[in-house]
Design a protein around this ligand. Sequence first.
Ligand code: ZN
Length: 567
Amino acid sequence: MQKFSEIEYKRPDIAGAGKAAEAILEKFSAAATAEEAKELFLVLNHAMDEVQTMCTVASIRNTIDLTDEFYAGEMKYINSEFAQLMPVSKKINKAICETPFRKELEEAFGAQVFRLAESQERLITPENIPLSIEESDLCDEFKFAVADCSVDFMGEKCNFYGLLKHMESTDRAERQAAFKEWARLYSEVSPKLDDIYSKLVANRVQQAKNLGFDSYIDMAYLSRGRFDYNAEDAARFRSYVEKYITPFVAEMREKQKAVLGIDELHWYDESLDFPDGNPTPHGTKDEMIAAAQKMYRELSPETGEFFDFMTEYELFDLETRPGKHMGGYCTSLDIYKAPFIFSNFNGTAADVDVLTHEAGHAFEAYSAYKTQQIAEYTYSTSEINEIHSMSMEHFTYPWMDLFFGEDTDRRLYSHLFGALSVIPYLVSVDEFQHRVFEKPDMTAEERKAVWRSIERKYQPWRDYDGNEFLESGGFWMQKQHIFLYPFYYVDYALAQTCAFMYYKRMCEDKQEAWNGYLELCKKGGSLGYFETLESAGLKNPFVEENVKETIEFVKAKVLELYDACRK
Ligand SMILES: [Zn+2]
């Protein structure tokens, strides 16, 4: 393989690859023996690898420089060509599900790839094509409506993201002023967002009806690959959060008031753990990469090899630059079996999170590429994928001094308490979406009331400093997942709970915990949710006792770190 920047991009012939796949499919369907079917199944499974890799190269280069017209044009071409392949993939899924050699293929490659194909089959109907187009148009409308919001603040033009940065200031007056502008922008755009959301809800309900589902909730669970748990299980999990996490976070919020020297803790105070600011990492980007390399070499031979590979082939783009897409992600290049990490370093602890969280995703892909032969098994569903990344954040704790020096205890406190205290919010977003789709005809006002009641249950400390819009339940609409990725959010809470299980075991027996984690990464997406957990020695997060024992341990550690920061 060559360095990422040296990979030559050639426009992929997507239609041609589709035709080639159809030709393989014909042979597969005509296979006379199980051996033949197995061989052709693998060829078919990787028929799109080359095309997919070129698409990923284009997509990475597009996000690295959105002003580069060449790759913007390529992305347009790629998206429209892929849309044309829908009938081919439907045909492939159908043939895979109906093959007479299914039993033999399942024995060879596992049942998961067939479960995935079946769910895809179940989720596609031509009747929904106009609705899917409308849904994606509404999502675009949402993105434009939000991107359009900006205000002049302290001499610069700020969007929501820019105002959030000011809300992290150590100067409370600045936080409050930024908050007021933030809330005003949302309140002004809220009629539009309410309208878009009402349309999205109606659209999704209709899609579910067309597919014969009783409710959109069932359809959403299936499309997220949730074969092992249902809405009742999720509700049970949320009740454990309310019981074991919410009261503790409420207590810590009381302590936080004393730490910050304030009588009332408003929302814009919550993220500040120390009056003089949360710890930030030392060093330049290159120093941080060097520190990460040392860290991963010391952590295990596997992570050392992985990170050396990432640096040798320059499989990251970390620094922020004008024209670059916001945020961070990890993706992968199939034919090179290589992950790629993208981010926008901004000088805060979030930069280190990229080198742990996104690197956790990348390490998993790197490991799964080596052990799994089915394309769909490179990654799992998000409940599992986020364990890969969140656990790496914990496994790298012993090296945080390389980044934070004398501030290490403070960073560890911020990180661990942050990971725990966000869970009540994560499940609030989950409960809200269940409530919305249980009663899809709710008005915008009714939805706000529902949000506020959920917020009071899981985050009773939440105080919006008298802001009418937010006090009456407007906060839900700042979560883009609710619009764009329905029902995607509890995944993070489930994954964090499992990552905490590794954290507990890591404190008790580092090697044993690490071995379990390696196993998890090697399994990739080859098994169902519960099977994957079991294979990696993780406990079921829908069982109260498992959540209780894990969370009790984390709470004790949070308190330990809280004290350590004050010595
Ligand atoms: Zn992640």
